[in-house]
Write a protein that binds this ligand. Structure first.
Ligand code: ATP
Length: 599
């Protein structure tokens, strides 16, 4: 591992920013020339590259075809274009991204005998040659090259650098993605070493003779070159950082038509596996090209599992679609072009892969921890503290005020409740005594049954003489009927609290109304009738409203007690602000009554 300087880190960060952009897969098309065998067979070619980007199908006999006749790609290469041109003008830029820490992949896709192996062998060699050249020109950096090679044959993976042909497993690594378990990684020493390893791979790879190709590749081959680089200047230092990326050279097995391949036995089985995995690859590419958000079936084949980063992940990718010009292969060529059309819509998102050394990582994390700790320790700015304190004080005051209000309301509620209870008790006692004594009060009430009379009585006595209902235990006298206001007999009456400590006959006693209307009775109505009405009404008590003062009215007040029921209510009727008489009190405790009557 080497190290990386501050300037270099900045450069890398810029590169990361720049490279972490989406880009479409580069699609190149290469049309090979007719082979000797095809020429002998009088094959003709209907395909023509009309410029650097367009390939045209010229077949006057098939003019009615629904297929398009012109296809445009990033670059198209004619039969007389050398592989060197395909590399230089097409794949090179993508392939050499690896030296800058960006993953890259170069694929060859096409039907059998279309020139995939022919093309990829050249591309691999040119790329590695350029990588070596780059290394020699950048002596300030230390490079490490690792080479590995596998093939997928009949859906099982084999290490091409190993003499052991037993299949290898795929593992899902949380950091690296899908990796081949136990695959050999050779550290490349020099160009000769590479040539040697490539020879081993060629010798190991499954090749079989088919009707189309004497040396047909029967497996998908993936050659992988991993490049790690670090600045020599900082080698061994604590802040060492490394760029690490891989370039894949993928030579796919060629699709073939069983009818054309005339394969049987092992060749037929191989063909089935090849076509199936290529079908999965095609499906993945098609889905990716549609930019669908749904499931992408990478796991349907080992090929797509391994190539997942190159198809839609952290990599730059170039696909070279190789074509046979022969008329007899026109359907296969069209299929390849359709695949190429989908592939050019697929995007990847490559970025620079920076690997930190353990020491650098520890240092980086320590710095981060220190920064967070200082953030926690640093005092809150004075202005914000001040804001918080005043806000808190305001809230406290608000809470205190609300608590006071709650206490006051509770008091009022308790008071009102006790008054209602007293009233109910008085009425209950009155009814009880009336039943017990069997006294008719009609006669007693004659003298004061009119409001006029009641009024005159109260005027004469200041508070008004109480009309005793009963000289004994009658408690009804502890309450008074009080008319709300005005001279209209039809106006509602209110029930007044006679236990009010301020209660005086001057009419300032606060009224306590029960419901909207307490009792309605005219001058001819007897008190007995009125009492019955009170009784009925009390059953319907729904709300109690206490008023502090009542302007324009003189409210009578009597605090009465019969010894057993101190502080019970006196029910009185007032009219026109004067005591309206009809005061009813128990004679026994009359002298204890508050207000003028107590005098
Ligand atoms: N561009 C080209 N120029 C000249 N010859 C070519 C070209 N492309 C391919 N060939 C020749 O065509 C034949 C088949 O090529 P190749 O084996 O590379 O095809 P392939 O697509 O890899 O086939 P398969 O899928 O069966 O492995 C080879 O003999 C190769 O030399």
């Amino acid at each position: 591992m080497g190290s990386i300087g501050k300037e270099e880190l900045l450069k890398i960060e810029r590169m990361q920013m720049a490279s972490a952009l989406e880009e479409k897969i580069l699609v190149l098309v290469r049309l090979r020339p007719l082979s000797d065998k095809e020429i002998v067979a009088n094959e003709v070619t209907d395909w023509e590259c009309i410029n650097d980007t367009t390939i045209l199908y010229r077949n006057t006999l098939r003019e009615g075809s629904t297929f398009p006749s012109a296809y445009t790609f990033d670059r198209v290469f004619r039969g007389d274009n050398a592989t060197r041109e395909v590399y230089e003008e097409g794949a090179k830029e993508v392939a050499l991204s690896v030296v800058s820490g960006i993953n890259s992949s170069i694929f060859a896709y096409g039907q059998t005998s279309s020139g995939k192996t022919y093309t990829m062998m050249g591309i691999t060699e040119y790329t590695v040659a350029d990588i070596f050249d780059y290394i020699h020109r950048h002596e300030e950096r230390a490079f490490v090259l690792k080479f590995s090679a596998i093939e997928i044959y009949n859906e099982s993976i084999r290490d091409l650098l190993s003499m052991d042909s037993s299949p290898l497993r795929l593992l899902d690594d949380p950091e690296k993605g899908t990796v081949v378990e136990k695959a050999i990684e050779e550290t490349l020493k020099d160009w000769d070493h590479l040539k040697e390893l490539l020879s081993v791979c060629e010798a190991q790879r499954r090749i079989g003779e088919t009707t189309s190709n004497e040396k047909s590749s029967r497996s998908h081959q993936i050659l992988r070159l991993t490049i790690e680089s670090s600045a020599r200047e900082f080698l061994g230092r604590e802040n060492s950082t490394t760029l690490s990326a891989t370039v894949n050279f993928v030579d796919l097995a060629g699709s073939e038509r069983a009818s054309q391949a005339l394969a049987t036995g092992a060749r037929l089985k191989e063909g089935c596996h090849i076509n199936r995995s290529l079908l999965t690859l095609g499906t993945v590419i098609r889905k990716l090209s549609n930019r669908r958000q749904g499931h992408i079936n990478y796991r349907d084949s080992k090929l797509t599992r391994l190539l997942q980063p190159a198809l839609g992940g952290n990599a730059r990718t170039a696909i070279i679609c190789t074509l046979s010009p022969a008329r007899s292969h026109v359907e296969q060529t069209r299929n390849t072009l359709l695949f190429a059309c989908c592939a050019k819509e697929v995007t990847t998102k490559a970025q620079v892969n920076v690997v930190m050394s353990d020491k650098a990582l520890v240092k980086h994390l320590q710095k981060e921890v220190a920064r967070l700790e200082s953030e926690l320790r640093s005092p809150v700015p004075a202005s914000s503290t001040c804001d918080f304190t005043s806000l808190l004080r305001q809230k406290d005051l608000q809470i205190q005020k609300m608590e006071k209000e709650i206490r006051e309301l509770n008091k009022q509620r308790d008071l009102a409740q006790s008054r209602v209870e007293d009233l109910l008790r008085v009425i209950g006692n009155y009814q009880k005594s009336r039943k017990e004594n069997g006294i008719s009060h009609r006669h007693d009430m004659q003298a004061g049954n009119s409001w006029e009379d009641e009024s005159s009585v109260s005027k004469s006595s200041g508070m008004g003489e109480s009309h005793y209902l009963n000289g004994g235990a009658g408690k009804f006298g502890a309450a008074r009927y009080v008319r709300d206001s005005g001279s209209n007999d039809e106006e509602p009456y209110c029930l007044y609290d006679t236990t009010n400590r301020h209660g005086l006959s001057n009419g300032t006693s606060p009224p306590m109304s029960i419901g909207k209307k307490l009792v309605r009775h005219n001058s001819s109505q007897s008190l007995e009738d009125a009492a019955e009405e009170v009784d009925d009404y009390c059953k319907e008590v729904q709300c109690i409203e206490k008023e502090e003062t009542r302007n324009g009215s003189n409210f009578g007040y009597h605090s009465v007690s019969n010894g057993e029921n101190e502080g019970t209510l006196a029910l009185m009727a007032f009219r026109d602000g004067a005591t309206a008489g009809a005061g009813i009190s128990t004679p026994v405790n009359r002298d204890r009554e508050g207000g003028p009557r107590a005098k």
